[in-house]
Structure formats: C-alpha cells, structure tokens
Design a protein around this ligand. Structure first.
Ligand SMILES: [Zn+2]
Length: 216
C-alpha cells in the first residue's frame, strides 16, 4: 500500500514527464509546493521501493512498477474530474481540488462504474488523456499555442489543471478543449497573442498561452 503522499509524488512525476524531457527535484518541489530537501528524502523512499530511479544529471524517472502505479492514480484523478464536471456540474476550475482528495480513496469498483457511466471516456475536462484500465494512454500530437505561426487555425487540446485562476480566465475567453483558435498575430518583444475565438478577437498573454496545448 502506498501512502497518499507517495501517490501524489508519482502522479506529479508522471505529469512533469508528460510535458518535459526530465523531472528534476526542483521541478517536483515547485509543482507540489514543497521544499526541495523534503522532496529529495521522499524520492529516496520511492527509489528504495523500486518505484523511481534518480540520477543526478538525468533527474527522476519512473520504473515500470512506478509508472503503473502513477497511471492508476492519474486514471482515478481524471475520471473523477470528468465525473464531477459532467454529473455534478462542478465548474472546470474546481474539479481538480476535489479530485485531489477523492483519487486516493476511490475503490476499483467505483472507478469501473464511473468509467462506464461516462461511456469509458478518454479525456478529462482539461483535455488530458485518461489512462485506460490496463494502463495504456492515448496521446495525440500536440504543441504549445505559443509555437503556432500566425495565420494558422488550430484546435485547443489541453490545459494544465492546477491553476484555477487561469482556468476561470480562459473560460471567460471561451477557451476550452475543442475550441477552434485562429492565431491572428503575435505581438513582438514577448507581447500578447491575438487570437480569433468564435469570430471575436481576444488577446492572450504569453504566460497563459504557453500553458495551452493545441493540435499540430
Ligand atoms: Zn486535476
């Protein structure tokens, strides 16, 4: 049995590796809001259990067993987020916080029922892929919105789930997974992106735009 804290670490490591080449202890610390020395000691515990490996210049990676455990908890988390959003109408900026608690106590039986009721879904409300029961995960090609050349139309695929304020802001601009976005222009010197969304021009700062993943 893994502790809730261990499950959270495995999940965060997996999520960092979804978006970056390496997961360093400082990235893990930042993502979890925990001081680096505590992260280092937890990583050591996880390594002793054979769940992760840690090499100074490569960062932290998941072993096969560790990856299986992290996919299980991520499946819980993302299924719960979708269930909360679809069945209970919880707004997309609030589902993450609730799922953080429930993911650790969800039984296999309830997991299966939630999945069945939702039609065995493959993406959560933020567009993140939901791992299947057997631990496979289907990810389509994606890139950051900030990497799109002006003049192109893309579809929004995914945004991180950890910043409620950002999610509320994007919601105000009607930017959700599935939204079609025309990139009109990008202002120079790190200025905002001008996007056409639902026939309306909106400006989005680089800081927010780089959190959005879109079709290739
Ligand atoms: Zn979440």
């Amino acid at each position: 049995m893994l502790s809730h804290a261990m499950e959270n670490y495995l999940k965060v490591i997996y999520e960092i590796l979804e978006r970056h080449e390496r997961a360093t202890t400082s990235m893990i610390a930042e993502q979890m809001g925990i001081a680096s020395p505590s992260v280092t000691s937890m990583i050591k515990k996880l390594a002793d259990l054979g769940l992760v490996t840690h090499t100074p210049y490569q960062g932290v990676s998941l072993t096969k067993v560790g990856e299986k455990a992290s996919l299980e908890i991520i499946r819980h988390h993302r299924l719960l987020e979708l269930y909360l959003a679809e069945a209970l109408d919880v707004p997309w900026d609030r589902v993450h916080e609730e799922a953080e608690k429930l993911e650790h106590v969800l039984s296999e039986n309830l997991e299966d029922r939630i999945s069945a009721v939702l039609g065995n879904p493959t993406v959560d409300p933020h567009g993140a892929p939901i791992p299947s029961k057997d631990g496979s995960i289907h990810r389509v090609g994606r890139r950051r919105l900030t990497d799109v050349e002006p003049g192109n139309r893309v579809e929004m695929l995914e945004v991180g789930d950890r910043d409620p304020e950002l999610l509320r802001y994007l919601g105000m601009l009607n930017l959700y997974p599935g939204t079609k976005i025309d990139v009109v222009s990008i202002e120079p010197y790190g200025g905002p992106l001008v996007l056409r969304v639902d026939g309306r021009d909106v400006q989005l700062g680089q800081g927010a735009a780089k959190e959005i993943l879109v079709t290739e």
